[in-house]
Design a binder for this molecule. Structure first.
Ligand code: PEP
Ligand code: MN
Length: 338
């Protein structure tokens, strides 16, 4: 159940509602909007009904939520959320390109890629310092040195940086260096990690778990929002199906469902979804046509030598060509490039 407070509700009235809920063993999560404050209730709905909350001063109305997610639900927060990552924005009429290397390999490789991403019109740089690899023998990332290199890239290009965090013990370290924290597909249901990033003030890029339903994905976002951080970008990156011709199956309908169900921006990662550079541009174009709020693209100056995910990386000139297509489509669709 969600309590929507009236426009002029006072702090004391908000606190009174929360207090009543706690008295009967429930939890109350207060979310302050520009117009309305809403209070998400967790616990036994039947007990809450008996409290007659709609008759308390300052209460506008109650919403009985059929869905398990509340804070991220569009039904409770119809205005789309705009996520700010450094000077860049994701959401609403903006279409955002996030680009960069799958893994930061060296200062030279990262800088060259960052400059190429910027030249193509990307407004956010992606790059992995801590890599979650399927094989323990594969390159695991440069760790803290990778974060330092990303900071140099930001300094050089002005692009804010999003990077993956794989271990809740690293939250403070990564939050200190990065502008946004990425939760990868393998950690989408690492609930302790979700709670930890939810307690930071950094925006979170939450990838869909490779076998997660849209509802499970939104519940993962709910964990983050419930801790007080609703600056969340959802990222559809393909799911595991029976089809082996692509690395994963890009679920554009899942992206569209997530947009209908949630007020959070949803972007698409066609690189990890397809695993193949020739499929990245067609799926990125499909993503913008389908209403995605942005794309995240792997770029590498020399994909043949990449230490991670080379087959899906675009060369700088291919990224530039794709960005031109996206810009043209954005014009037709009434979107502004971020
Ligand atoms: C990545 O973006 O570098 C990555 C590892 O992606 P995913 O978690 O989607 O596999
Ligand atoms: Mn990768």
């Amino acid at each position: 159940m969600v309590v929507v407070m009236s426009r002029d509700a006072t702090e004391a009235q908000i606190e009174r509602v929360a207090e009543k809920v706690r008295e009967v063993g429930g939890e109350a999560f207060v979310s302050r909007g520009t117009v309305h404050t809403i209070i998400g209730l967790v616990g036994d709905t039947a007990t809450f009904r008996a409290l007659d909350l709609d008759n308390l001063p300052g209460v506008d109305h109650l919403i009985h939520v059929g869905k398990p997610y509340k804070m991220v639900a569009r039904s409770l927060h119809p205005q789309p959320t705009i996520v700010k990552i450094g000077p860049a924005v994701v959401g609403r009429e903006t279409f955002t390109i996030i680009a960069g290397p799958c893994a930061v390999e060296s200062e030279e490789q990262a800088l060259e890629t960052a400059r190429a991403a910027k030249a193509a019109g990307a407004t956010i740089l992606r790059g992995g310092a801590f890599k979650p690899r399927s094989s323990p023998y594969s390159f695991q990332g440069l760790g803290k040195r990778g974060l330092e290199i990303l900071a140099e890239c930001r300094e050089d290009t002005g692009l804010p940086v999003v990077t993956e965090i794989v271990d809740s013990r690293d939250v403070d370290l990564v939050a200190e260096w990065a502008d946004a924290l990425q939760i990868g597909t393998r950690n989408m249901q690492n609930f302790e990690l979700l709670k930890a990033v939810g307690a930071t003030a950094k925006p979170v890029l939450l990838k869909r778990g490779l076998s997660a339903t849209v509802e499970e994905w939104l519940m993962a976002a709910e964990y983050i929002a419930q801790r007080g951080n609703s600056q969340i970008v959802l990222c559809e990156r393909g799911i595991r199906t029976y089809e082996p011709s692509t690395r994963n199956t890009l679920d554009l309908s899942g992206m569209a469902v997530a947009q209908l169900e949630s007020h959070l921006p949803v972007i698409v990662d066609p690189s990890h979804a397809t695993g193949h550079k020739d499929l990245v541009a067609p799926m990125a174009r499909a993503a913008i046509a389908g209403g995605a709020d942005g794309v995240m693209i792997d770029v590498h100056p020399n994909p043949g030598e990449a230490l991670c995910d080379g087959p899906q990386a675009l060369r700088p000139e291919e990224m530039l060509a794709l960005a031109k297509d996206l810009e043209a489509l954005a014009g037709v669709l009434g979107r502004r490039m971020g």
